[in-house]
Write a protein that binds this ligand. Structure first.
Ligand SMILES: O=C(O)C1=C[C@@H](OP(=O)(O)O)[C@@H](O)[C@H](O)C1
Ligand SMILES: C=C(OP(=O)(O)O)C(=O)O
Length: 458
């Protein structure tokens, strides 16, 4: 689907969708438990994939509040306020069918390790994008732990075949490809007989995502500890040399339920849009912005450093932003890869250079987001310089004007380009707009409600 976005001015209030990262983990943790309720979950294409996996392992996921009578007649979880998860009690069964992880890297990594616990064989696949993403380090780690874990094409990519059971043990893995491997091993390690020690062979990138995992595990009563070189415990994943998770643990959230916070990666588009396009004398407000372990909350400081007036009331979970003339910044995205498309789009609108450093791992996402943003922003008239690990957007050289751009079948590229389109002269057509359903269903309706001039076409 194409959307046509014409330069426009914004005002009003929008609610951030619930966090994709927390929802994936909460659904799987509830699966590992005897059963739990996940309140205010993100229901999107990616989190549906994790729900399917939980069902495949012998659990069940149902929508609460779907219909007036509380039933979910079409079973799509579409309008659920909460999800009732029947768990498989730490012992995933062998799925009856292939697990389709669709476009979701988080699902594939977390579910591969869960599948290793089953006494039998699980097959995992996904769409063309997911089948091109790296799974080799996780397969090798599971192999070292005695599990048969293979790529059918022997290229470290899905389709994957995993035959357990996994008993636990000590394993080494790189930290600079995906933090999701660590999350996967910690979540599964807690229900192994022996527990798991994960040693990092390279420094951890995307570390705040492991902090999200540790926070959620603690909320489900599961102990896991980051450790330094000497094996001493650390407070968080940043700078960790490894992780230790005792086996034989039970997943059980306090009170039987877990509430998902708002999503700061999604908030980045709303906040960025507010910074570039709020009407004179008006404010854009974003609700659902309570503090959590999400590294992507850094977008608040980044937008402020670029010159926008931002006020974050942490207790109320509300951010207010006003438009300003933005200036370029230098940002290290080692911890916050999902912010790259947003920062690049803001950089195209800002005056001066925006240098996005430490971004090599952003090339392993739904698409190579470093190249995708460089190339698509150039179509809008921006100048960019791409290096392996650095993307520079030369804002002052940029004169943004509407054009047809390709969302690369990647939700974050689509949403970031929409942000740039708000500031580009005339109308921008964005191809593949339907992919926002991966993390922010209703994104264009939300933007339309704020005043974006947007037309959806087939
Ligand atoms: O664990 C998670 O929820 C995620 C971890 C990050 O991936 P990497 O750890 O592969 O960088 C992030 O990019 C992704 O959107 C979500
Ligand atoms: C990279 C992302 O997710 P995943 O790795 O789960 O596909 C994302 O949401 O930007």
């Amino acid at each position: 689907m194409d959307v046509h976005v014409t330069r426009s001015e914004l005002r009003g209030t929008a609610r951030a969708p619930p966090s994709k990262s927390y929802t994936h983990r909460a659904l799987l943790a509830a699966g590992y438990s005897e059963g739990a309720t996940v309140e205010s979950p993100l229901i999107s294409a990616d989190t549906r994939a994790t729900a399917r996996a939980v069902t495949g392992f012998g659990g069940a996921v149902g929508g609460i509040g779907e219909d007036d009578d509380g039933s979910d007649p079409d079973g799509d979880l579409g309008d659920a306020d909460a999800l009732a998860v029947e768990g498989f009690g730490g012992r995933p069964g062998v799925p009856e069918d292939v697990i389709d992880c669709a476009n979701s890297g988080t699902t594939m990594r977390l579910v591969t390790a869960a599948a290793a616990l089953a006494d039998g064989t699980t097959v995992l696949t996904g769409d063309g994008s997911l089948r091109s993403r790296p799974q080799g380090p996780l397969l090798d780690a599971l192999g070292d732990l005695g599990v048969r874990a293979e790529s059918t094409r022997a290229n470290g990519r899905a389709p994957l075949v995993v035959s357990g059971p996994l008993a636990g043990g000590e394993v080494a893995i790189p930290g600079d490809v995906s933090s999701q491997y660590v999350t996967a091993l910690l979540m599964a390690g807690a229900v192994t007989d022996e527990g798991t020690e994960v040693d990092l062979t390279t420094a951890l990138k995307s570390a705040p995502y492991v902090d999200i995992t540790l926070e959620l595990l603690a909320d489900f009563g599961v102990e896991a500890t980051p450790v330094d070189e000497a094996g001493d415990p650390l407070d968080g994943a940043a700078g960790a040399a490894g992780f230790s998770v005792p086996g034989g643990q039970t997943y059980e959230p306090a009170g039987g339920s877990y509430a998902v916070p708002g999503d700061f990666s999604s908030i980045s588009y709303l906040l960025g849009a507010g910074a570039v396009a709020t009407a004179e004398g008006e404010t854009v407000r974003i609700e659902g912005a309570r503090p959590s372990a999400q590294g992507d909350a850094a977008i608040v400081d980044i937008v402020e450093e670029m010159g926008a007036a931002v006020d974050w009331d942490r207790e109320a979970g509300e951010i207010a932003v006003e438009r300003a003339a933005l200036s370029g910044v230098t940002v290290d995205v080692g911890d916050t890869p999902d912010l790259l498309p947003t920062i690049a789009a803001l950089g195209a609108v800002a005056d001066g250079d925006t240098r996005i450093e430490n971004c090599e791992h952003v090339r392993y996402k739904e698409t190579d987001r470093v190249s995708a943003m460089a190339e698509e922003l150039e179509k809008l008239g921006a100048e960019t310089t791409e290096e392996e690990d650095v993307l520079t957007v030369h804002g002052s050289e940029s004169d943004l004007r509407g054009a047809t751009v390709d969302g690369r079948a990647d939700h974050r590229i689509v949403m970031a380009l929409a942000l740039a389109a708000l500031a580009a002269e005339g109308t921008t057509t964005i191809r593949g707009a339907e992919h926002v359903d991966v993390s922010f269903p209703g994104f264009f309706e939300t933007m339309g409600d704020l005043g974006m001039d947007v037309e959806q076409a087939d």
